[in-house]
Design a protein around this ligand. Structure first.
Ligand code: 4AD
Ligand code: MG
Length: 481
C-alpha cells in the first residue's frame, strides 16, 4: 500500500516497524546515506536511510536532487533530531530520468533563485517549499470558500465563460471568434458581420458572472459562482491578472448592510480555516515573510508577523466608512496637503486610487476598511441608486497591503431606474434584455459582491506579486505554459 508522507508523519506510531511504500522526489541526498523525500502532500520531508552496501553503486550514483523514487522500507524511530521517524530503505526504484546535464539551466542549480526566475519554470516551481506551501494554501482557501457557502445554504451555480455581455460595462473584454482571421466576413457597411460567426453574435470571455448569478438568485435565493474571469485591462501591476478567479455570492432580500456583514463573516471564516488547517505551511510562510522584512529599511517593515496579522484580522471588526467621510479624511491628510499622492484628492467625486485606499487602511485606520455609498458616476450601472440621487449602495472591502479585495453592492431592483442608469452609462439594453427581465415578475431587493481569489491568497501567504499565487499567470505580454 502506498501512503502519502503527510499521512505517514501524521500517524507514525501505528506504522512503526511496518513496511510501507512511498513515492516522491529527492530534495537532498546527503553522505550517500540520507535522502530527504517530498511528495507534495506536506511541506515536511521524509528521511530515508540508505545502507549503500545493500544497493548497487549504479543505483546510488543515479540518485540526486529532483530524482523521482519509489521506496519500500521499514518505519523506525529516528536516531537523528528533526524528525520522529525515518524509513530504512529495503527497495529503491528510480522512476524517471534525471537530466543532470541540463540542471544549470534550471532552478536546480544549488543557489538562491529570484521569484522572477522561478516563474519561468513551469513545473519545477511547484517542487519548491515556497510554491508548495502557496498552492496548498490556495487550495485550502478554495475549499473553505465552498464550505462557508455550503454551511450557509447557498447553491453553487456555474456561470458561463463565453458571454455576449459586458457585466461591468467597462469594455475590458477579450473577444472570441471562430472566424478565420484572414477572411473575416463584413457587412455592407464594412463592419465585421458577427451574424456569420459561431454564435451568430459578438461574444467575449466573461469579466464577471454576476449578471447570470443574479438571474439564478431570483429563483434559488442564495447562490454563488466561483470561476475564472478575464479582463483585458492593460494594468501591469502586482495586483492585476488578465485571468483571475472570482467568487461571487448573490443574495435575495439582502440590503447593503447585510451584504457587508456577509463579506466580513466570509473573509474571517476563510482566514480562520487556513489558520486552523494549514499550520505547517503558514509557519514556513511566516518565517519567509519575517526574513523578507529584515531585508527592508526599518520604516518599510511590517508591524506584525504574517500569522499575527491573520489572527488580528479575524478578531477585529472591520471599520465601516462612507465614501464621503473617506474623501474628507484623504483631503485633509498630511499626504494630500504636502502633495505626496500621485493623484491629489481635490473634491468629492474623485475615484480612489490604490494609494488612497492603502493610506486609509495602513496609515489612518490601521484596520481592514469597508467603504460604502460611492458616487454613482464611478461605479457600475447595476448598483442601487440611493435616495440622495448622487450615490449608489456600493461597498469595497480594503485590506492592508492589498487595497481592494472585495467589490460589491446592493443592486438596483427597480426596472425603470435600472433602464435609466443603463442609458446614462451607455450600456446596451438589447444585449441585456434577459437581465432587465429579472426586474419583472417579482423583482426583489438583493445584494452581492465579488472577491478576487488571488488577492486573498496574496494576503494570506504574505506574498507581494499576484503572479506568484496563481499556478499559471496570464498578464500583458505573458501567456507562457
Ligand atoms: O470590483 P470588481 O470589478 O467587481 C465585479 O466584478 C462585480 N461584478 C462583483 C460582484 O458584485 N459580483 O471585481 C471584484 C474583485 C475585486 O475586488 C478584486 O479583488 C478582483 O475582483 N479583481 C481582480 N483580481 C485580479 N486581477 C484583476 N485584474 C482584477 N480585477 C478585479
Ligand atoms: Mg471594484
Amino acid at each position: 500500500m502506498r501512503t502519502t508522507i503527510k499521512e505517514l508523519l501524521g500517524s507514525y506510531k501505528k506504522n512503526l516497524h511496518h513496511d510501507i511504500t512511498v513515492q516522491g522526489w529527492v530534495r537532498a541526498f546527503r553522505s550517500n546515506r540520507f535522502i530527504a523525500l517530498n511528495d507534495g502532500s506536506t511541506i515536511n520531508n521524509l528521511q530515508i536511510v540508505v545502507d549503500f552496501e545493500n544497493f548497487g553503486e549504479d543505483l546510488i550514483k543515479n540518485i540526486s536532487t529532483a530524482s523521482s523514487l519509489k521506496i519500500v522500507g521499514e518505519v523506525v524511530e529516528s536516531q537523528g533530531s528533526g524528525q520522529n521517524i525515518e524509513i530504512i530503505a529495503k527497495k529503491i526504484q528510480i522512476l524517471g530520468d534525471n537530466f543532470t546535464e541540463e540542471r544549470d539551466k534550471t532552478i536546480l542549480q544549488p543557489k538562491k533563485h529570484s521569484l522572477e526566475i522561478l516563474r519561468e519554470q513551469a513545473h519545477l516551481r511547484f517542487r519548491t517549499n515556497l510554491f508548495g506551501a502557496i498552492f496548498r494554501v490556495r487550495s485550502a482557501i478554495s475549499f473553505a470558500i465552498h464550505q462557508f457557502f455550503h454551511h450557509n445554504q447557498f447553491a453553487y451555480m456555474n456561470t458561463p465563460i463565453i458571454t455576449g455581455a459586458d457585466a461591468e460595462g467597462a469594455g475590458e473584454m477579450f473577444g472570441i471568434t471562430a472566424f478565420d482571421l484572414n477572411e473575416i466576413p463584413r457587412d455592407e457597411n464594412g463592419d465585421i458581420d458577427f451574424e456569420q460567426d459561431f454564435f451568430g453574435k459578438k461574444t467575449n470571455l466573461t469579466v464577471s458572472g454576476q449578471l447570470n448569478v443574479e438571474a439564478a438568485m431570483m429563483g434559488l435565493g442564495r447562490v454563488y459562482t466561483f470561476g475564472p474571469t478575464f479582463r483585458a485591462e492593460n494594468s501591469n501591476t502586482t495586483r492585476h491578472l488578465a485571468e483571475f478567479w472570482m467568487v461571487e455570492p448573490e443574495v435575495a432580500f439582502n440590503n447593503l448592510e447585510d451584504n457587508i456583514d456577509l463579506a466580513e463573516d466570509f473573509l474571517k471564516y476563510v482566514i480562520g480555516y487556513v489558520l486552523e488547517n494549514c499550520k505547517d505551511d503558514l509557519v514556513f510562510l511566516d518565517q519567509r515573510f519575517a526574513d523578507e522584512q529584515k531585508q527592508k529599511p526599518e520604516k518599510d517593515r511590517a508591524s506584525e508577523g504574517l500569522i499575527e496579522k491573520l489572527e488580528n484580522v479575524i478578531k477585529k471588526r472591520f471599520k465601516r466608512v462612507s465614501y464621503t467621510e473617506a474623501i474628507d479624511i484623504l483631503k485633509n491628510s498630511k499626504e494630500n496637503r504636502k502633495g505626496k499622492f500621485q493623484f491629489p484628492i481635490e473634491e468629492w467625486g474623485a475615484d480612489l486610487q490604490s494609494e488612497h485606499e492603502r493610506y486609509l487602511v495602513e496609515k489612518h485606520f490601521e484596520s481592514p476598511v469597508v467603504l460604502f455609498d460611492y458616487p454613482k458616476e464611478i461605479k457600475a450601472f447595476y448598483m442601487k441608486l440611493n435616495d440622495d440621487g448622487k450615490t449608489v449602495a456600493a461597498m469595497d472591502v480594503l485590506f492592508p497591503g492589498i487595497g481592494e479585495i472585495i467589490g460589491g453592492s446592493q443592486r438596483e431592483e427597480k426596472l425603470a431606474v435600472l433602464k435609466e442608469k443603463m442609458k446614462a452609462m451607455n450600456v446596451d439594453e438589447h444585449e441585456l434584455w434577459w437581465y432587465l427581465d429579472t426586474r419583472k415578475f417579482g423583482s426583489v431587493p438583493h445584494s452581492g459582491f465579488g472577491l478576487g481569489l488571488e488577492r486573498l491568497v496574496l494576503f494570506v501567504t504574505g506574498m507581494t506579486n499576484i503572479r506568484d499565487v496563481i499556478p499559471f499567470p496570464r498578464t500583458p505580454k505573458n501567456a507562457e505554459f
